[in-house]
Write a protein that binds this ligand. Structure first.
Ligand SMILES: *Cc1c(COP(=O)(O)O)cnc(C)c1O
Length: 224
């Protein structure tokens, strides 16, 4: 397979998002895990601002090389309690908060920064064993805790559904997320973000209501 240069891949993804999303806007998070800072810089020069990273140390190394750029950093990997401090201090968004005991340390460590940390609750929507994310029921309680933390702002929900080969089954998982999101919005009217969809399924996710998509390999090429 020929890997298209970043510029044409970026234009193609933007076009596909526009096509899938009309008329509602969808935010693209460029997932740059395993990719070098030079590629992030190239994409930033094309106008991309939000980047997603899964590993704290890897992300911090790239951030220090790119500190001259006004980028928005999203932590999207599984969050361990010993990483709360660095995530709170060095990211703008955390998309993978999935348990109550991390709320207090995140809130405390965020105080050194000017603006609050934007937070999405990660939901394990298909109840897969050994996967990050809380149950839909636990998400309701977790949302209350986040909403009460002054240095965190609850913005919505994130999920990585099971990659069922069957598209209609996958659509069902997205639909369940949208329902939970609606339920959450009734309790927390300020939330505005449903982060669903990756390279393989972002158009399906958008058609089911995603407002944010996280795309890695379709943009940068397959990860090695
Ligand atoms: C790696 C990753 C992505 C991007 O996956 P692609 O299939 O390469 O687009 C999106 N979200 C999360 C949480 C990831 O870990």
């Amino acid at each position: 397979m020929r890997i298209p240069p970043l510029k044409s891949a970026y234009a193609a993804i933007q076009e596909r998002i526009r096509h899938a999303a009309s008329p509602h806007p969808v935010n693209l998070i460029a997932v740059s895990k395993t990719r070098p800072a030079t590629e992030i810089r190239s994409l930033a020069e094309l106008g991309q601002r939000a980047f997603g990273e899964n590993y704290v140390q890897e992300a911090l190394a790239k951030q220090s090389k790119l500190s001259d750029l006004p980028l928005e950093w999203h932590f999207i990997g599984p969050l361990q309690s010993n990483k709360c401090r660095e995530v709170a201090a060095h990211f703008d968004w955390l998309q993978s908060l999935d348990r109550e005991k991390l709320v207090e340390p995140l809130n405390r460590y965020r105080q050194v920064r000017v603006s609050p940390l934007m937070v999405l609750i990660e939901v394990n929507i298909d109840g897969e064993p050994n996967k990050a994310g809380c149950s839909p029921t636990a998400a309701i309680d977790l949302a209350k805790k986040i909403a009460a933390a002054p240095n965190l702002i609850l913005r919505g929900l994130m999920a990585i559904p099971e990659p069922y080969p069957d598209q209609s089954r996958r659509r069902e998982s997205f639909r369940q997320m949208r329902e939970l999101y609606g339920e959450m919005q009734r309790r927390h009217p300020q939330i505005d973000t449903l982060s669903l969809g990756m390279s393989d399924d972002f158009e399906l996710a958008i058609s089911e209501g995603a407002t944010m998509v996280r795309i890695g390999s379709a943009l940068f090429g397959p990860r090695v």
